[in-house]
Design a protein around this ligand. Structure first.
Ligand code: AMP
Ligand code: GLY
Length: 431
């Protein structure tokens, strides 16, 4: 069986690596992939990114199943295009992917299906937005409606910051069409948690719990990023909370989408705020796996990922169970100098070669690549080529142990300007 994974980040490296472990899978193409996916057994990079060309490739190579990593192709309708061409693909269709692609759509969907979330108002006119803000309590949250690569949410502590965010989006068009509509949302207090499930449109299987760290610097300081690290399981999700999230958030989405004639097939990621009183509210939905949550989660997955996704596409998820390694996993992201605003490229990465040899002999850890390239001008070298460069994921008896294992490996990898947080997992470790 030949598979195709779409994307080039650490999440896609982890997905492709895990799919390739299936005895049913002969080869996994990764489009476009990175220097890490190029090095893995059974994986092969293909330099294609346009949806029509991907569909042609899938047909020519008789790809049995395509798995989509990032949100952009999902919101652009890759699943609809593949399905119309009779190609098997795992992910939500364009309609359902609006849950991530439009915060306005997501908010309206939540309201109509009784899913708990913060109150908000939508604006496209700056004057009206400013007037509304003047009546609003602080802090207040300004969100761009569309996809903005992590730059679309501003938690404003002062009115000045809030007004500036409105102007940046609605007047200066800093985020282009993504910021042409904004939501002004009530600030929610509490602890954040993520909850990710796989659905076939009718049935739902929750994945192991996980938590990421979005801020660049230790102690959750500095700007928001795509995620600087993650761990699994996340103790914040207690069994009682788990049931509540399923009943109040996940199942209403799956049933609501089915009712609206757009069954949700794919990964569904709910970003949640758990209030000090233990109430669950949705901050956002993503229509895909999290990055770097996936790197930690898949290191713990004992079941065959291909079999799982194959059932999901067939609508038979009720016939499978997922088995997890009972140990913990933790992923530390090594990011480039200047990330997130202006990441520097072309720094040579040292220490990867011996790591590849070591990791092929163990399932205890894996170095997942993201912004890396092995450009033809630099034979034998691997260079940085993006903001998040590597994700070092390791298992351990508990989060503390997984953390010390992951950091020990990260110590052996070097590149100029590397930024990494030193406190990944701190929230999951008892004091
Ligand atoms: P989002 O992309 O909507 O998850 O927002 C990014 C980050 O902004 C979240 O992870 C939270 O840390 C923060 N955030 C978003 N919405 C709210 C809110 N209503 N109240 C407090 N923090 C929020
Ligand atoms: N780590 C957060 C995300 O993937 O959206």
């Amino acid at each position: 069986m030949k598979l195709l994974v779409i994307g080039s980040g650490g999440r896609e490296h982890a997905i492709a690596w895990k799919l390739a472990q299936s005895p049913l899978v002969e080869q996994v193409f990764v489009a476009p992939g990175n220097a890490g996916t190029a090095l893995e057994a059974k994986l092969e990079n293909v330099p294609i990114t346009s949806i029509p060309e991907l569909a042609v490739f899938a047909r020519q190579e008789t790809i049995n199943l395509t798995v989509v990593g990032p949100e952009a192709p999902l919101t652009e309708g890759i699943v609809d295009t593949f399905q119309a061409a009779g190609l098997r693909i795992f992910g939500p269709g364009q309609f359902a992917a609006q849950l991530e692609g439009s915060k306005n759509f997501a908010k309206a969907f939540m309201l109509s299906h009784g899913i708990p979330t913060a109150a908000s108002e939508t604006f496209s006119d700056a004057t009206a937005a400013h007037r509304y803000l003047d009546q609003h309590s602080l802090p207040v949250v300004i969100k761009a409606d569309g996809l903005a690569a992590g730059k679309g949410v501003i938690v404003a502590q002062t009115l000045a910051e809030a007004h500036a965010a409105v102007d940046a989006m609605l007047v200066d068009n800093r985020l282009g069409a993504a910021g042409a509509h904004i939501l002004i949302e009530d600030y929610l207090e509490g602890e954040e948690a993520s909850f990710i499930v796989v659905s076939d449109g009718k049935h739902v299987l929750p994945l192991a719990t996980s938590q990421d760290h979005k801020r660049l610097l230790d102690n959750d300081e500095g700007p928001n990023t795509g995620g600087m690290g993650a761990y699994s399981p996340a103790p914040v999700i207690t069994p009682a909370l788990y049931d509540e999230i399923m009943q109040k958030v996940i199942l209403p989405v799956i049933h609501g989408m089915a009712q609206q004639g757009h069954p949700y097939t794919g990964f569904l990621y709910a970003g949640l705020m758990i209030s000090p009183q233990g109430e669950v509210r949705v901050l956002e939905f993503n229509c895909r796996l999290g990055d770097p949550e996936t790197q930690a989660i898949l290191l713990r997955l004992k079941s065959d990922l291909f079999t799982l996704l194959d059932h999901a596409v067939n609508g038979t998820l009720d016939q499978v169970r997922i088995e997890w390694d009972q140990r913990s996993a933790l992923c530390v992201v090594m990011a480039a100098q200047g990330y997130p605003d202006n990441p520097r490229k072309n720094d040579e990465i040292h220490g990867l070669e011996s790591m590849v040899a070591r990791q092929n002999e163990t399932s205890e850890f894996h170095v997942f690549h993201a912004g890396t390239t092995s450009g033809s001008q630099h034979p034998g070298k691997i260079l940085t080529s993006g903001g998040r460069v590597l994700g070092v994921a390791a298992l351990g008896e508990n989060i503390r142990q997984a953390r010390s294992n992951a950091y020990a490996i990260a110590e052996d990898i070097r590149f100029d300007g590397c930024q990494l947080r030193r406190d990944i997992g701190h929230k999951g470790i008892p004091d």
